[in-house]
Design a protein around this ligand. Structure first.
Ligand code: GLU
Length: 467
């Protein structure tokens, strides 16, 4: 959850950063902040606030436009929700300024080993990063200090870093938390989520773990964590923005519910014209068991999928809650095939399961709505939910798409052509049902406000009840 944006280019950092942060609001956050370069003083100015981006917009309206800056929405993991704990964070000597998504597991050890006697102002792990960098930069060049710091960090991080001593440079680094670098003409945009990129973006690069970059006005240098210079490959940008607009609907959840029939049809038509990857089908057939890992709604979809896989493949399928699996992996058959199900493709609990899967040298299939996501890139096979951005926190269309996609995959294995037709029938029944949503509202309101609700069912209906 939470987000990062960065900008380097013409005089519109403030405008873009605030727009970008607003676009990331759907991910949830508790506080927000930005840093902007002030051209008169060549120093960065930071403003942070608890609560909404709207408040940040008001509180930064007096600031001049800038060519360089970064912004953050925080989802507190270390220390409570307060202005002091909000990002950006400054090093003890004020030199480095950092925004961070993620969790630094060894921040206490780093503090004890490198920052003895230094008073930090916040309770966050992030402030340790900024101060550690400043400490190291006392005795080595800045790039060395950044590299050393990144090597010392254990945990997850997407980072943007500013250096008051070199105010025309922006650094970024990534491990396990998403970070995307994008460009348009003479502008650079950095964001933790594709949806935060503006429509004029031309190309983007989804950063890999253990990589970082140095951005000067016209020059990008990319590094591997160990310091070697690498190339970032960019791909053409397709604007998802319009798909993430609420349109005439009262709220995103309603919009997303209404999109379900079309998504179902899109998936059916896509897989009628595009065969599933032969290598994936073979891997599914060769496996001795199917191990599905997911969380929340995706876990419910996995529970449904288990039955489809068992019927299609005639072998056991197990469904695991990712947060438990990472810490207590159960006994797994000799030749498993793992499946990640994740709407965003960034579920931290699933990312934490990956080392175990890698150690098993087992094939991994990811079902996700974001084919550029971390979980997609970890996998040997990826199936795209094609549901379009899901903004509402309560999942609707992604869940339907997950079940549909698994049904289509299993039908393909079984060479059962009737399934596609059945799914299309369901889509048109859904459409008729959803047409009446306005009429349903008062009824549902009356039922849910005046009565307790019990969901009862058996088999698939039970699983639907869970969701
Ligand atoms: N761990 C950091 C904090 O607690 C970053 C949280 C986030 O990802 O927003 O401030």
């Amino acid at each position: 959850m939470c987000g990062i944006v960065g900008y380097f280019g013409s005089e519109k950092a403030r405008q873009y950063l605030l727009e970008g942060l607003s676009r990331l609001e759907y991910r949830g956050y508790d506080s927000a902040g930005i840093s902007l370069l002030d051209h008169e003083t060549d120093r960065f100015i930071s403003v942070k606030t608890v609560g909404r981006v709207e408040t940040l917009i008001k509180r930064t309206s007096h600031l001049k436009e800038a060519q360089l800056g970064m912004g953050h929405t925080r989802w507190a993991t270390h220390g409570g929700v307060s202005e002091t704990n909000a990002h950006p964070h400054y090093a003890y000597n004020g030199r480095f300024i950092v925004v961070h998504n993620g969790v630094i597991d060894n921040y206490k050890t780093l503090k004890a080993d490198y920052l003895k006697g230094i008073d930090l102002v916040s309770d966050t792990d992030t402030e340790v990063i900024a101060s550690l960098m400043a400490r190291l930069a006392e005795k080595m060049p800045v790039e060395e200090a950044i590299k050393e710091t990144l090597e010392l960090l254990e945990g997850s991080f997407a980072l943007l870093i500013l250096d008051q001593d070199h105010p025309n440079v922006l650094y970024g680094a990534k491990n396990k938390s998403p970070l995307i670098l994008a460009s348009a003409q003479d502008e650079w945009y950095i964001a933790s989520d594709l949806l935060a990129l503006p429509s004029n973006t031309e190309q983007f690069h989804v950063m890999n773990d253990h990589t970082w970059f140095k951005l000067e006005a016209k020059k990008l240098t990319a590094y591997h964590a160990h310091g070697s210079v690498i190339d970032f490959t960019f791909e053409a940008f397709k604007d998802l923005g319009p798909l993430a607009e609420r349109g005439e609907h009262a709220h995103f959840m309603l919009k997303e519910m209404l999109e379900q029939p079309t998504i179902l049809e899109t998936l059916v038509h896509h897989h009628q014209t595009h065969a599933f990857d032969d290598a994936l089908i073979q891997a599914l057939k060769d496996a001795t068991s199917i191990e599905i890992l997911a969380a929340g709604t995706s876990w419910h979809a996995g529970l449904v999928g288990k039955h489809y896989f068992e019927a299609a493949l005639n072998k056991p399928a197990h469904v695991h809650i990712a947060s438990e699996f990472a810490y207590h992996p159960p006994f797994i058959s000799e030749k498993p095939l793992f499946i990640f199900i994740s709407q965003s493709g960034e579920t931290a609990d699933l990312i934490a399961c990956h080392p175990f899967i890698k150690s098993k040298k087992a094939p991994l299939l990811t079902l996700t709505n974001v084919p550029t996501s971390s979980l997609a890139r970890m996998a040997d096979f990826v199936l795209d939910l094609q549901a379009g951005p899901e903004i509402a926190v309560a999942s609707t269309k992604a869940y339907t798409a997950q079940i549909t996609l698994i049904a289509l995959l299993c039908a393909y294995i079984e060479q059962n052509e009737a399934t596609a037709q059945e799914l299309l029938k369901i889509a048109s029944m859904m459409r008729v049902f959803l047409q009446d949503h306005i009429k349903m509202q008062p009824l549902v309101k009356e039922l849910l406000t005046n009565h307790h609700a019990f969901y009862m069912g058996r088999g698939f209906d039970y699983l639907t009840g869970l969701e």
